[in-house]
Ligand binder design. Sequence first.
Ligand code: EPU
Length: 423
Amino acid sequence: MDRFLIQGPCRLEGTVRASGAKNAALPALAASLLTDHPLTLERAPEVRDVGSMRQLLSGLGVESQRLEGGALRLVPGEERSGFEAPYEQVKKMRASILVLGPLLARRGQAKVSLPGGCAIGVRPIDQHIDGLQALGAEVMLEHGYVYASASRLRGTTFRFGVPTVTGTENLMMAATLAEGRTTLENCACEPEIEDLATLLGRLGGRISGQGTPTIVIDGVESLGGGDHEIVADRIEGGTYLVGAAMTQGDVTLEGARPEHLEPLIDLLRAVGVEVTTGADWIRVRGPRTLQAQDVETAPHPGFPTDLQAQFMALMTQAEGISTIHETIFENRFQHAAELARMGAEIHVEEHTARVVGPRPLSGADVMATDLRASACLVLAGLVAEGETMVSRIYHLDRGYHAMEQKLQQLGARVERVPGPPTP
Ligand code: EPU
C-alpha cells in the first residue's frame, strides 16, 4: 500500500488544473446502462473509483476504453447481459448502488448488494428503494442484496424524505425510461446532479428542474449515444485552494467552476484569505494570519461535507476557536485524532468539533480511514515542521488524480513511496 512522504513546511504557489468530478463521472458511467449506443465522456478522471465502476460495468456487458486525449468511451455489448452488482464490487465502492436504477429501467431487473455502513457513517439506501417502489418496481431485500424488478416503470410523484445525491441520481436515471411523467421532490441540488441531467438530455432524455429541489422527468422509450464533458471537480479543486490558504501560498485553480465553490470561497474570505475569480478560474492568496470561523456542513448550496476535513486542517492554523458542525454523516471526524497527533488541539463531541488555534503542527506518521480525511492529513503535512508519512493512500487515489504530482507542481515536497504489502 503506497504512502505519501511529505517534507514540511512548504508554500504552494503556481497553477493547477481541476480534474473532472469523480462524483459526476460515477453516475455518468452508470448511465451507459440506459442505452445501446456508445457514450464518450471527456474529462472522466483517472481515479480508482472510476476504475471500479468500469470493472462493474464490464461485468454487465459495457466495455470501456481510454481514448487518446483522455476521454473514456463506453460501448454497450450486443447483448444486454447481466443485472447483478455483487458484494465484492459494492464493498469496494458504495457508489456501485448507482447501477440499480439504470439496470431496473433498461433490463427489467437488478440484483445489487446492500452497501452497508462505511467509515463515515451508516449511510442507508431506503430512499433509493422507496423511490423505485413508487415507480412501480417490486423490491425485496434478501441475503444482503436488493432484488428489484419491473416490466416497465411508471411515472409518479415521489418526495425524498432526505435530500440524497446518489438517490436523486438513481431515480432520475430510472425515470428517464419510465412510462409518463415523474416528479421528484426534495431532491439534492448538487452540481453533479445537474451534470448528469445534462448528459441524459444529450442522450435524448427529457429532464427539467435539475439543480432545484423539484425535478421533472418525462419518460422516453429509449436513449441514444453521445459525448459529454464531465464537470470540474469542486472538491478536488477546493482541496488545493485550502492548501494555498494554509501555506500562505498563491495558487490559481484553472478549469474550475467558481459558482460551484461559492460556499468555500465565502468561507475563505471570512477567514481572511484573498480570493479572486474569473469565468473558469479561482486564485487564492493565503494571509499571514487566518481568523477562526464556525461552519456547519449542509446539502448544496451549503458548505459541503466533502470539504469539512480539509477545512478542519485549515482551522488548526487560525487565530481563535472554530466550531465545526457535521450534519450529513455521523462519523466524519476521524481525521481529528490524527491531526491531534500532529499537535492540533481539537475537541470532538458528537457531531461538533472545536478547533483551538493556531497550533504549530509537527510531522508524524498518520493514517486515514477515508478519502477526504486523507486529503486533510496531506494538507496538514504541508504546514507541519519535518516529515509526515500519510499511509493508506489508496483512499486518496479513489478520488484524487495524481495528487502528489499536482502538489509537486505547486512546489510541495511530496513523494509517493511504497509501503508494506497489504495484509
Ligand atoms: N440518506 C438516507 N437514506 C438514503 C440515502 C441517504 O438516510 O436512502 C442520508 C445519508 O445517510 C446522509 C444523507 O442522507 O446522512 C446524505 O447522503 P447522500 O445519499 O446524499 O450521500 P451519497 O449519495 O451516498 C454522495 C457523494 C459523497 C458525499 C455525499 C454528500 C457520490 C458518489 N458520493 O454520497 O461523496 O459526501 O453525497 O454530499 O456522489 C466523497 O466523495 O468523499 C463522498 C463521500
